[in-house]
Write a protein that binds this ligand. Sequence first.
Ligand code: SAM
Length: 359
Amino acid sequence: MEPGKNKIEEQDFVKCAERLIRREHLERGDWRILLEGRTQSRQQWLAGQASALRDRIYGKRIFIRGLIEFTNYCRNDCFYCGIRRSNSQTSRYRLGKEEILSCCEAGYRLGFRTFVLQGGEDPYYTDDRLKEIVRSIRQQYPDCAITLSVGEKDRESYAAYRKAGADRYLLRHETANAAHYAMLHPKEQKLADRIQCLYTLKELGYQTGAGFMVGSPGQTTETLIDDLQFLEELQPEMVGIGPFLPHHGTPFREEKQGSGELTLYLLSLVRLLLPRVLLPATTALGTIDEKGREKGILAGANVVMPNLSPADVRGKYLLYDHKICTGKEAAEGLEALRNSMNALGYEIAADRGDIAPEC
Ligand code: SAM
């Protein structure tokens, strides 16, 4: 998968890329050509195609989401994640309803119209507690979108949160290949359950986000093809893609980090595969590259998610080492973000930023 070291002919690459651009269904072999035929110039060309497509659908508008990381307790033990149950070095915290509402208040004043409540799978937040939080945000901010990202739940719970006012749900599938999924998770966590959750969320009318890490241990061209084919089938409204970054308190502490360039390339491919998708330039991308968020936009992303969590807990929601939490990536850095988007010819949109209607 190293750019420039492949023997894929220009004409074969272009043929597959053009088919993707025309929105034709690609077979595994076509995806293999696109993934393994990556060179710097081909990547640049596809990024241009992806960016232009995004501009045709959304104009020069980038959406912001206020991320509230409200708990780092987690009952799961994902091998890659810094807040996994077995990481005893993590200092754990939870935010109460009033603290979450204060984050929303600060965010609203700054111009955020989407709040993303993300956390580990923390049993303290029973359905009743979560519903109460969602209901309060919905009441106070009727013009805002509420996104939840609290992992795998049963249908009744998802339905209850939806009824309480949640509009969107982020649940990365992590990898669509069952053997690869088993390399990343303990055996009680199953790919089939994760996928079932995603279909349930879609059925319940959530704008649903799937996604995966780039360069997670065991990932290959073949597992990435599984991911792209799964996204084509699921048709999620959002896709979160960021590089895998090791955390010192996990079994993957010695593993190599994912490639920023390959992440950017996958952003472009996903934009072309799902033209209307809401596609963030993730914090992980901003962590491995100071200009990661800007490069993400130029590759076809159209969302950024500044951190709205209280400053004193930001350093505790550490999924991986060296996570940026210095202020520039945070909500207070909005002015800097606005300037950097303006410099690229984009503006930060003032609305909720729902998925564009089909045309
Ligand atoms: N508990 C919820 C869930 O499972 O969807 C949300 C929180 S979870 C920490 C959010 C995402 O962080 C995961 O879906 C995973 O892709 C990402 N993540 C976790 N550890 C990571 C790492 N070491 N490097 C990059 N991303 C990571």
